[in-house]
Design a protein around this ligand. Structure first.
Ligand SMILES: CC(=O)SCCNC(=O)CCNC(=O)[C@H](O)C(C)(C)COP(=O)(O)OP(=O)(O)OC[C@H]1O[C@@H](n2cnc3c(N)ncnc32)[C@H](O)[C@@H]1OP(=O)(O)O
Ligand SMILES: N[C@@H](CCO)C(=O)O
Length: 352
């Protein structure tokens, strides 16, 4: 059993936009033990609304007897900046005013999320990461962190993610923020401010996480005589309410802005030049029916990262398939890691 630990950063944390955060706290969980050589670290970066408990939200890929297991690996997952599962976020107390930040929280970027992972890795005395993995927003962090070159990353696994957030993705996020800001309680500075808007936002997001086929498979009416009260409508409501029970509108707002900011070309020569800088053994996985992060984005990553391998998963579910298709992920990632380790052994034999 792992519990959430908190790393309290003793210094001011400077964000990419120049703003400063005092009293940064990072909530994280670890599973397993760091071995004597400190070379068994598997670091998972979570997506938009998950938390540090990777054995819970990525079960099947992570867990006892899974590919990434605490018997063999030292698994680390940190709750990201801005999220409400323990890390500093808009509902945290601003040390200057003694009141929660709400909308005075500074905006942050994916680079900032990567920088917080680096702070935690330093605190845990981790300088080598055997496997760095993330899907969606988690993949964006993994990519930026590998570009920051603060740790030695041996294997980078990017799932259903991209090099730059697309106009389509930004448009989806903006429509969700419009829904939140249309709820006037968002400006009330209450922890439950904007919840009605958040419900709508999640229902919009669902349309990008699933597919036409997924809705047809799960929400088709069994009778033909209805003129109201459709299953698909009830599903949209249910999913919106489900998120409101465990998240807040402010975190959602800021995290969606961070996603919009993702662009590995910013501050570097170009997007392709940035990707060419990555010399890590990389596997890129795409979901064939992903409408939010279409597979062309993962093909682009794989074709510009040095010798990256590309693989795809057929999943009618769409984008969220990266959280669900854990057997397929286990198979693809397991083979990739085995091949990489075999190649390493052959290389060692040749040089011996
Ligand atoms: C504290 C925490 O919970 S931690 C965070 C957990 N979440 C995360 O980590 C974020 C990542 N995870 C996710 O985004 C999701 O959990 C996923 C993508 C993995 C799976 O999504 P789900 O919502 O579980 O699956 P799906 O889209 O099939 O919907 C099933 C749910 O909708 C309900 N549902 C299905 N059809 C309908 C309908 N017509 N009307 C009402 N409800 C419906 C089901 O009863 C089920 O409810 P439940 O979640 O209460 O069991
Ligand atoms: N379903 C994911 C977002 C899609 O990447 C989440 O709620 O974290």
């Amino acid at each position: 059993m792992s519990t959430v630990a908190i790393y309290k950063h003793p210094k001011i944390f400077k964000l990419e936009n120049g703003k400063k955060l005092r009293n940064l706290e990072i909530a994280y969980q670890t599973f397993g033990k760091l071995n004597a050589n400190k070379d068994n670290v598997v670091w998972a970066c979570h997506a938009l609304t998950a938390n540090a408990d990777v054995l819970d939200w990525w079960k099947g890929l992570f867990g006892n007897n899974a590919l990434f297991n605490p018997e063999e690996h030292f698994i680390v997952c940190a709750n990201i900046l801005g999220s409400n599962y323990g890390t500093t976020n808009p509902l945290s107390k601003n040390p200057t005013t003694g009141q929660p930040y709400y909308l005075s929280f500074p905006e942050f970027t994916i680079k900032d999320l990567a920088a917080t992972h680096n702070l935690l890795a330093n605190h845990l005395e981790i300088s080598t990461i055997k496997v760095l993995i993330g899907g969606s927003l988690g993949g964006q962090q993994a990519l930026e962190w590998s570009l920051a070159k603060t740790q030695t990353i041996e294997n980078l696994i990017l799932v259903a993610t991209n090099a730059v957030h697309s106009p389509w993705g930004i448009a989806f996020n903006e429509s969700q923020r419009l829904a939140i800001s249309a709820d006037r309680t968002f400006y009330s500075n209450q922890p439950d401010g904007g919840l009605k808007g958040l419900k709508v936002a999640r229902s919009i997001a669902l349309l990008s996480y699933r597919t036409y086929e997924a809705y047809s498979a799960t929400q088709l009416e069994s009778v033909n005589d209805k003129i109201t009260g459709y299953r698909a409508a009830s599903y949209q409501n249910y999913q919106g309410e489900k998120l409101c029970k465990r998240f807040n509108a402010y975190s959602y707002w800021y995290l969606s802005k961070a996603m919009d900011s993702h662009n590995v070309g910013r501050g570097r020569k170009s997007i392709t030049a940035a990707l060419a800088e990555i010399k890590v053994n990389t596997l890129v996985i795409g979901i064939e029916n992903d409408v939010l992060f279409p597979i062309s984005e993962q093909k682009f990553l794989a074709s510009h990262i040095n010798e990256a391998q590309f693989s795809s998963i057929n999943c009618a579910y769409g984008h969220d398939g990266f959280l669900i298709e854990t057997d397929k992920l286990t198979n693809i990632i397991g083979n990739f890691l085995k091949e990489s380790s075999d190649k390493k052994i052959i290389k060692l034999h040749k040089t011996a």
